[in-house]
Design a protein around this ligand. Structure first.
Ligand code: C5P
Length: 234
């Protein structure tokens, strides 16, 4: 696995559409991809196997959050799918995160990277305070959850590119930052609010960029992917 990479979010409703998208890439070019809930709930483990068989690295973005034993057993199943990165909600707390790591570790000691979601970027300060009853400011909450994840042995967090530097400062340079909300300077913003370009994300300490629509909806997705890689990796 590359130390830094661009991960394409395969936000498609069917496996057929997903494979048609991947077919646009030349045979030797195998981008790291993200399978989220939409595709996984539609096409299941078969989708993971089919995409893996084509030679892609996979971030399985299912954001697990349940009691420790259930998460441990579910992670063990996901690990058997031979994915490269999985995630969970840090809100499940340390015992759940440690159980997840345990379940994820294969008999030979290897395991996919395990990444925590701190607070969803769709949660704002108002919801945090009024609905989740968390009075601590958002930035501090995110950093505290990240620290819990690091202390539990996880590999990193999903965060905004704008938070990446602070996460590194608090949790260590080796703690990975996986960042959505990436846009080319000239591409549509869509529903993302706190965005950064691939080039600026490189300077901000992001390790893995997650990019969906700027690549999947581009007229030439292969060119858009290569542009992102070049901007990010130099
Ligand atoms: O199309 P776009 O580049 O906005 O896609 C970003 C991807 O990252 C989507 O799959 C989205 O679900 C995911 N994501 C996000 N913000 C988070 C967590 C995940 O945009 N906080």
């Amino acid at each position: 696995m590359k130390a830094k990479d661009v991960i394409i979010a395969l936000d498609f409703p069917t496996l057929d559409e997903t494979l048609a998208f991947l077919d646009r890439f030349p045979a030797g070019e195998k981008p790291f991809v993200k399978i989220g809930m939409e595709l996984f709930y539609a096409a299941g483990p078969e989708a993971v196997r089919a995409i893996k068989a084509r030679g892609h690295q996979i971030f399985l973005d299912l954001k697990l959050h349940d009691i420790p034993n259930t998460v441990k057993r579910a992670m063990s199943v996901l690990s058997g799918l031979d994915v490269d990165m999985v995630n969970l909600h840090a809100a499940g707390a340390s015992e759940m995160m440690k159980a997840a790591l345990d379940g994820l570790t294969r008999p030979d000691g290897t395991r996919p990277l395990l990444i925590a979601v701190t607070q969803l970027t769709s949660t704002d300060e108002k919801a945090l305070k009024n609905e989740l009853l968390i009075d601590t400011p958002m930035a501090e909450t995110v950093l505290s959850y990240a620290k819990n994840a690091a202390n539990s042995g996880l590999d990193g967090v999903v965060c905004s590119p704008l938070e990446a530097a602070l996460v590194k400062e608090r949790c260590g340079a080796d703690f990975l930052t996986v960042t959505p909300g990436i846009r080319f300077a000239d591409s549509a913003v869509g529903d993302q609010k706190r965005i950064m370009t691939p080039a600026n994300a490189a300077g901000a300490g992001c390790d893995y960029l997650v990019m969906g629509r700027p690549i999947t909806q581009a007229e030439d997705p292969v060119a858009a992917y290569r542009r992102a890689l070049k901007d990010f990796l130099g």
